[in-house]
Design a protein around this ligand. Sequence first.
Ligand code: ADP
Ligand code: MG
Ligand code: ZN
Length: 721
Amino acid sequence: MIKKAEGILSKIFGYHSFRPLQKEVIENIISKNDTLVIMPTGGGKSLTYQIPALIFNGITVVVSPLISLMKDQVEQLSELGVNALFLNSSLSQLDYQFNVEQVRNGNVKLLYVAPETLMLERTLELLEKLDVDCITIDEAHCISEWGHDFRPVYREIATLKPRFPDAVFMALTATATPQVQNDIIENLKFKKSNRFVASFNRDNLFLQVVEKTFPLKQTLNFLEKHKNQSGIIYCFSRKQVDELTAELDEHGYSVKPYHAGLSDNERMQNQEKFIKDDISIIVATVAFGMGINKPNVRFVIHYDLPKNIESYYQEIGRAGRDGLRADCLLLFGYGDINKINYFIDQKEGREKLVAKQHLDKLIRYAETYTCRRIPLLTYFGEEYYQENCGICDNCNRGVKELTDITVESQKFMSCVKRTGEIFGAMHIVDILLGSKNQKVLDKNHDKLSTYGIGKEHPREVWLSISHQLIVRGLLTKDFEFGGLQITDRGYAALKGEVEVKGKLDVETKFESKSITNLEYDKKLFGVLRSARKNIADKSGLPPYAIFPDKTLIEMATFFPTTEKDMKNIHGIGEAKYNKYGAKFILFISNYCQKFNIPVVSSNIINKRNVVGGIVKKLKYKIIGEEFKSGKSVDAILNEYNMKIDTLVEHLSKYSNLVEPINPVMLFNILECDKRTQKIVYEQFEKLGVELLRPVFDAMNETVSYIDLRILRLNYLFQNKN
Ligand code: ADP
Ligand code: MG
Ligand code: ZN
């Protein structure tokens, strides 16, 4: 059976392998076991009922809560040559009757229905006369009152089970909370053993948090690196949405607003323009996003702080559904926290407590110096132990980017000490900058020796230093009053016993990163993209319903000009080939002719493997050998355009798989002192060296992973000798 599923995957959908758990779920459905599927947004839930639907003889009914989602799915399936239709209140009477007839005649494999439509007696009677093999409940969190979109009618679907004894029931959602999951299982009377939960790690999303200083400028800098890409910018208020839209528009971006203050019509139009790539950016409040299936959203910016981690995860989840790299930027402003705290203070009792905890977790996420995926996934109850995800700002930050901030730290902390360790960061910074404000004068703080000794840096930098000192455990903050106190570690730094490293620049430079590791021809991609847009506009479809971006990227990499090559491209199954294959082959061969690119038929599958795998795998060997040959660290970093973290990672691999390496050349980048190093070696003895996470924890997260890696290299090298 699974062979059949694999055949459909490549023939109809044009995909080459299943995503995690898709195969298991499909097998379970084909065996007619009621199944609950929990996968993050973009995880590929739809395929898990669409493929069984094409294997079953009868019809599959899909319950979906939103008209836009049904329309989107039916359009995409029709493009793939699959007979799919929907029934909901948006259809004219004529179209509705037409669709009903199609269903009655047994011409339909997948029928999408609104829950209200399904529960109508006439719909049920229609379906009872057919052979219903599967009833799928998409967005199944609507069943639960604990979910974010409870819909009472969803709870009635369970009553249909006796009426369709031959149908397998399945429920799908991206909601991770166990409470909601259990609610669904109880309502539908599913066996717990038939629950499939995928990882919530979205490993194509680059997670980045920067301190919000000049948000407009920061946003413009970011957008500069994401020209012509689709993205969403979330703001807290309607006013902010309108202002930012106007600014971006003035700077030449194609952008529209979306919030509850606009008319229904205008909202719908703006959303449609975004989906059809008529505009690239939508600036929105959290009202935007439900029912958007656009797979090529390349970035999500949080211009203001999201409500909590759960909303944050949901909002960034709208980026990169197509599996290609997407960027998520959170502008984290301490002023925003004060604003939210103000609102929280208006609340009372439990509600206030919960809100405070939510905010606290969000702050911890933003302030973490370890991999961002750790706090994020821990929040959803998932264990995440990878040392370096490679796709968040912290894991990508090289030691080189940190500078010595010992002197600044000492200035700041001595000012904290001189004022009795009872004042907050704002006041300390006022003193350092030599401010003449009333509070400073009233307290006679203009007489202190630390008054005005910090004029070399602007306010933002000092505020940032104060946060870095807190995060690094040199200062603690009194939660109730905000007063800063110096810890033992802080005193050690004050006395010059330890060096402090950190960031002095609050400006962040955004890099423009390729969205795939394929080396594709950008110009050809542009040509194919506008061809796709033309076709899409003619048929009134969004461009992604014609081809996903990945299809165009592969075409611009492999230059397929034969049927066989074309069908090996991602997303090209039979129907797509028949519809568009010849056209795109022509575009490609014309392009090749124009630029004198030799056209050779090639085995794309092999090429894909080379590009994706082998070349990358051998890198650690090359780097390991260079390092062993005595080449300087800087020379290697320059030659391979590599960050120090990556270098150390390659060396770790080399040391593991080939032979231990002497890392003495790396000792000068170690941040921790000799005494700490000794303790780390003791922890290696005790806990082993396979995983660094336990050692990291045992050291109270005070030693960075890069330090731990270097020390581990040395430990292995010494043990060998
Ligand atoms: P979900 O409903 O879980 O949010 P979708 O079912 O909409 O996710 O799938 C997200 C995207 O991933 C879609 O564009 C889909 O075509 C694509 N996709 C799903 N499964 C695969 C696969 N096995 N290989 C390649 N692309 C896939
Ligand atoms: Mg879905
Ligand atoms: Zn990371």
